[in-house]
Write a protein that binds this ligand. Structure first.
Ligand SMILES: NC(=O)c1ccc[n+]([C@@H]2O[C@H](COP(=O)([O-])OP(=O)(O)OC[C@H]3O[C@@H](n4cnc5c(N)ncnc54)[C@H](O)[C@@H]3O)[C@@H](O)[C@H]2O)c1
Length: 504
């Protein structure tokens, strides 16, 4: 391998001039690099050039770069009609069709074209980098450089060593990511790498909540946006990325991790995929985007989320103390004895309301479980044991009258937001346990690539490692499902009262 310092990087090659290749080329051009762009389709090459020009032109119009810098950036782009045109490239990034054999053939062919010290990187999102490298003689110089769409806007890049990748190759790949203005995280060559693996928790747990009939998709989306502060609810996110993208990605990760139940999706996900209801791009997915379609009710039979109504004062008894009930008293909920109370209040961690009612021998028709996770954002979620929604609806009506947004959902272990967040934190802990990424990198990656308002470890600290651990243990006990088994990383830190970021 060459001893050239990374700063001597001058020319990169990009193979595949589709959405990703064009974006990578644009980012490299505006970072001052020369780019040789190759595609097996001449039309795709011309289209990419026109797109890159237009986008760089817009940057100049908006004053983000000077007109001269834009002209120079465009001047650094060369279209390579033959693969051999890539010979001068110091790093080649492959962004062709997502299939193993064409990628292997391409890498084997590139080996005979570029100098021995040229780094060969793949932008694959679902194939093992080591499987692509297998077709090559010199596997030390092969790595994954996983960009996110749209490349010029997305700041994260995952850099992935394959089985034989040298440290020198990793350094050069990391230096290129930095040169492009990206934040790079180094992650293991596992299905989904870091972001697409961890992203399963947010999406599939929402699907399981829907599958159990706890709440409708619009209600789940609204709770995750308004109570937890996510920019998009899980179903809105799946509709945006496309169910033709996230259903196969979920399958790759689930199969790659040998059918770990934590990564399993639900039949609705597959049936929308099979029906071609792919989300925004096809006008219909979890939500309906067709013209004239009524906005999906955010709550339906789970009860209205926000409509204020001046409910009559409600009497309540707190069966199990928990932080948060004081705030309800301040809003006018009148505390009385158990016999007189219209609502018997509990705030379980991981148990469903039915389990709490049975455990404490409470009158299930009056039990209301309250989730305070969204209280800072003036959002509460309520649920009741099976058959007992009257008291929850009355409490909801009263609290809405005091200006709170309140969702009433069907009985569920850990409501909606605490349940989804426990799964996000748990999978993040498992990823740290497997050494796929560090807690710091996991937080950075999910903030940058998925716009999470807090990284998964930040969520874990905010909720409290013991609370998350207890929530999962109860969810596992209530459902009997291994999907909810706590990660050993989480369990050990929760038991000893340590930070979730405490190293091994
Ligand atoms: N689209 C995304 O959100 C995204 C995100 C991260 C990674 N990726 C990965 O990036 C790669 C490209 O994805 P995309 O969305 O840009 O695809 P795309 O379909 O938009 O573009 C692929 C391009 O590769 C060309 N091509 C196909 N086979 C070729 C070959 N043998 N030699 C040269 N050119 C060839 C096609 O003509 C096409 O222009 C895939 O591996 C994909 O998994 C995609």
């Amino acid at each position: 391998m060459s001893d050239q310092p990374p700063s001597s990087l001058d020319t990169i090659g990009v193979v595949g001039a589709g959405a990703m290749g064009a974006g990578i080329a644009q980012s490299a051009l505006t970072a001052g690099l020369k780019v040789i762009l190759h595609d097996s389709s001449g039309a795709a090459l011309e289209r990419a050039r026109a797109e890159v020009r237009a986008r760089i032109g817009r940057l100049a119009e908006k004053g983000q770069i000077t007109a001269q810098a834009a002209a120079e950036a465009e001047g650094r782009l060369t279209l390579g009609e033959r693969l051999t045109d890539l010979a001068p490239a110091q790093i080649v990034i492959e962004a062709i069709v997502e299939q193993l054999e064409p990628k292997q053939r391409l890498f084997a062919a590139l080996e005979d074209i570029v100098p021995a010290d040229t780094v060969l990187a793949t932008n694959t999102s679902s194939l093992p980098v080591s499987a692509i490298a297998r077709a090559c003689r010199n596997r030390e110089r092969i790595c994954g450089l996983h960009f996110f769409n749209p490349v010029p806007l997305m700041r994260l890049v995952e850099v992935i060593p394959a089985a034989d990748t040298s440290e020198r190759t990793m350094e050069r790949a990391l230096a290129l990511a930095k040169r492009l203005g990206k934040t790079a995280v180094r992650v293991k060559d596992v299905p989904g790498f870091l972001v697409n693996l961890l992203g399963r928790a947010y999406l599939t747990e929402a699907l399981h909540i829907q599958h159990e009939g706890v709440a409708r998709v619009a209600t789940i989306d609204r709770i995750m946006r308004e109570a937890a502060g996510f920019r998009m609810g899980p179903f809105e996110l799946m509709d945006l990325t496309g169910i033709d993208v996230n259903f196969p990605a979920t399958q790759v990760v689930y199969q790659g991790f040998q059918h770990d139940p934590r990564l399993k999706t639900t039949p609705l996900h597959e049936s929308l995929f099979m029906a071609g209801q792919l989300g925004r791009k096809s006008g219909r997915g979890f939500h309906d985007y067709r013209e004239g379609a009524a906005a999906a009710p955010a709550c339906g039979d789970e009860g209205s989320v926000a409509a204020p109504s001046a409910g009559p004062p409600i009497t309540a008894w707190v069966a199990e103390e928990a932080p948060g009930f004081e705030a309800l008293v301040q809003r006018g909920v009148k505390l009385v004895t158990a016999n007189q109370a219209e609502a018997i209040l509990v705030s379980p961690r991981g148990e469903d309301a039915t389990t709490v009612a049975a455990r404490l021998r409470l009158d299930p028709t009056r039990v209301v479980a309250v989730d305070f996770l969204g209280m800072e954002r003036s959002f509460l979620t309520l649920m009741a044991p099976v058959g007992g929604h009257g008291a929850a609806q009355r409490l909801a009506a009263f609290l809405r009258g005091t200006g709170l947004a309140v969702a009433v959902v069907k009985d569920s272990p850990a409501f909606v937001a605490p349940r989804i967040l426990a799964m996000v934190v748990n999978l993040a802990c498992e990823i740290a346990q497997m050494g796929i990424g560090t807690p710091e990198d996991i937080d950075v990656a999910m903030r940058l690539a998925q716009n999470y308002p807090r990284g998964p470890f930040e969520w874990g600290e905010w909720l409290g490692p013991r609370t998350v651990h207890e929530t999962l243990r109860q969810m596992q006990a209530v459902t009997g499902s291994d999907r909810y088994r706590p990660s050993l990383w989480l369990r050990r830190r929760a038991l000893l009262g340590l930070s979730l970021r405490a190293p091994v």
